[in-house]
Design a protein around this ligand. Structure first.
Ligand code: ARG
Length: 584
């Protein structure tokens, strides 16, 4: 189904052409596309601003043009209840009851819930991207939650999505770690003994200490780096073992978060790095600076106007984080044929990405007319003290502990509300509520802002929270159960009728589901969808307050309106990455 917004744009285009000739819109697509949702319900449903732009183009009075457009809208069938001119020439459009009824009934029967498939792009969504031998932290949590949601959204809209985990799995730190394990934990490397990520991190710290203190160890660590880079089988085996231990810990978190993504770590791009540097060299973009090979670009300056380099090869011949990112962008543009490459990475790396995009463009690694790299940046998570989120011991909170704590708190709440719930059912419900709460708290604030992490706030049942939305969903389910009618049968025989203003208001909002998803697709802001769902729940509650469902003479129609609300709520929550509950 087409969005109402697109439907009205088409109508405006027809009206404009009819009034001012076919040619008028050539080169001025903005004229007919200037339609927005009304800012307040009292102004109607949509607002058309084309007359003001046409007036400029035709050097005519905008109100006069608005009058002419109004005539066309009114002459064009019965989809409008009223068309009114306001201010300097805005046109307020109010859709008619009949029209909305037919729209909402088509949406109810549509397997895509009225959401049109948009143009199918090949989209790479890179998210999560933790580092091997290090614990995931809350910064990675944000990337994981936001990335999963954007990937789900794009998949639903019909894009061809490749989800990638750009794991930090290569670098000189592996030399220290391998040397250390060879010396003290041969059994782990041999696979005769299991190890946890926390142990690995401990060994990593120890190996660093040793590296600084012990020159013999230092030399052995440096030898390991050389061996690993030369792909010696023994070193590769040790490296793989280290990655495997880390991966196990990452997947425990991904499972809990219901996240799926394909690991394609930095090491994947290793074979491409020499060519990246030689290509940059050929394009004469490389400048040597104290032995390191750098690219300097106009517009990137540090303190006191000093030009900032992208260092692509260090003086010891090693490659950098940036070199890998250049290779990754080129590979995604050229081999993956991506039209969009989305990087869900903290805002602290914004400058890095700007420099990567600019360098890659200059080097011809991607064509900006074909591929669009987009940095989906986000702010930091704060503790209640307003400082960067830390646990009491001062260590950055371990992600798995933080998630488990949310589940535990959710369990306590559910036990109090539903004393009958127990066993596996309780555990499952607690996991859903706890994880949903964490995810929603993150997604519902504008991602560029920092937010304060608070279990109490995220688990509240009032306000813009996961619990509030889940509760609306549970409520609809129980209404449907309370009625002795079968929704399945009603869907075959009955239709939604809109009689009450709160029914109308709910219906218009339901019909705008696709419009709100398209906004997220464009702006990559999941909070636009959470806002939509929050308003949906509010509108549902208003409808339910004003309109009796079970036992009323409009029961059939109202049950169907409940059903459409239920489906859209469920799909919207799914896109955010949330599961629903049956009871709460
Ligand atoms: N591993 C990095 C970190 O933990 C994030 C990687 C971001 N992605 C990229 N293509 N550079 O900070």
């Amino acid at each position: 189904m087409q969005n109402l917004l697109d439907f009205l744009k088409d109508k405006t285009e027809i009206a404009v052409k009819k009034l001012f000739g076919e040619k008028i819109l050539e080169g001025h697509p903005e004229i007919f596309s200037d339609i927005t949702q009304a800012t307040q319900e009292k102004f109607g449903h949509y607002q058309c601003n084309s007359s003001l732009k046409l007036a400029k183009l035709l050097k005519k009075n905008p109100r006069q043009i608005a009058e002419e457009l109004k005539e066309q809208f009114l002459a064009d069938g019965g989809c409008f209840e009223s068309v009114e001119i306001a201010g300097p020439g805005f046109i307020n459009l109010t859709l008619s009851n009949d029209f909305l009824e037919s729209e909402i009934n088509s949406q109810l029967q549509d397997s895509r819930l009225g959401v049109a498939k948009v143009k199918k792009d090949r989209v790479v969504v890179e998210f999560s991207s933790p580092n091997i031998a290090k614990e995931l932290h809350v910064g990675h949590l944000r990337s994981t939650i936001i990335g999963e949601s954007l990937a789900r959204l794009m998949e639903f809209l019909g894009h061809d999505v490749l989800r990638l985990n750009h794991v930090g799995d290569w670098g000189t730190q592996f030399g220290m770690l391998i040397a250390y394990l060879k010396k003290f934990h041969e059994d782990v490397l041999e696979g005769n003994e299991d190890a946890e990520l926390s142990e690995l991190m401990h060994w990593y710290k120890e190996s660093k200490k040793l590296f600084d203190e012990d020159s013999v160890f230092k030399a052995s660590a440096q030898r390991e780096v050389v061996d690993l880079q030369a792909h010696s089988p023994v070193s590769l085996k040790a490296w793989k073992k280290i990655c495997e231990i880390s991966r196990k810990a990452f997947h425990e978190i991904y499972d809990l978060l219901d996240v799926s993504l394909q690991e394609r770590g930095e090491s994947f791009y290793n074979p491409m790095l020499p060519e990246i540097v030689s290509d940059l060299e050929k394009k004469q973009l490389i400048v040597e600076d104290q032995g390191a090979r750098c690219v300097f670009l106009e517009g990137f300056e540090g303190k006191e106007g000093k030009p900032l380099p992208v260092i692509v090869q260090k003086s010891d011949g090693g490659y950098n984080y940036s070199t890998t990112d250049l290779a990754a962008l080129r590979q995604r543009a050229q081999e993956e044929a991506a039209q969009r490459v989305i990087y869900v990475v903290d805002a602290g790396q914004s400058l890095h990405f700007q420099m990567i995009y600019a360098t890659a463009e200059k080097a011809g690694f991607y064509d900006p007319m074909v591929t669009k790299p987009e940095h989906v940046a986000f702010g930091v998570v704060l503790g209640s003290d307003g400082k960067k989120f830390k646990t009491r011991s001062g260590e950055t909170e371990k992600l798995i502990d933080l998630l488990k704590k949310a589940v535990k708190k959710a369990k306590a709440i559910l036990e109090e509300r539903l004393p009958d719930l127990a066993g596996a059912e309780l555990e499952e419900a607690a996991q859903t509520l706890g994880i949903d709460a964490v995810k929603y708290a993150d997604l519902s604030c504008h991602r560029l802002k920092d937010y304060v992490f608070s279990y109490d706030r995220m688990l509240k049942f009032e306000g813009n929270t996961a619990a509030f939305l889940l509760y609306a969903y549970v409520r609809i389910n129980s209404i449907e159960k309370k009625s002795d009618k079968s929704i399945k049968e009603l869907l075959k025989t009955e239709k939604i009728k809109l009689n009450n203003p709160t029914e109308m208001s709910l219906a218009v909002h339901l019909r705008r589901f696709g419009e709100s998803l398209e906004v997220v697709d464009r702006e990559l802001l999941p909070n636009r969808l959470s806002d939509y769902l929050y308003h949906l729940a509010e509108k549902f509650h208003a409808f339910f307050r004003d309109c009796q469902v079970v036992g009323s003479k409009e029961e059939n129609s109202r049950l169907l309106l409940c059903e459409l609300t239920r489906k859209i709520l469920k799909k919207g929550l799914y896109i955010l990455g949330l599961k629903t509950l049956e009871k709460m």
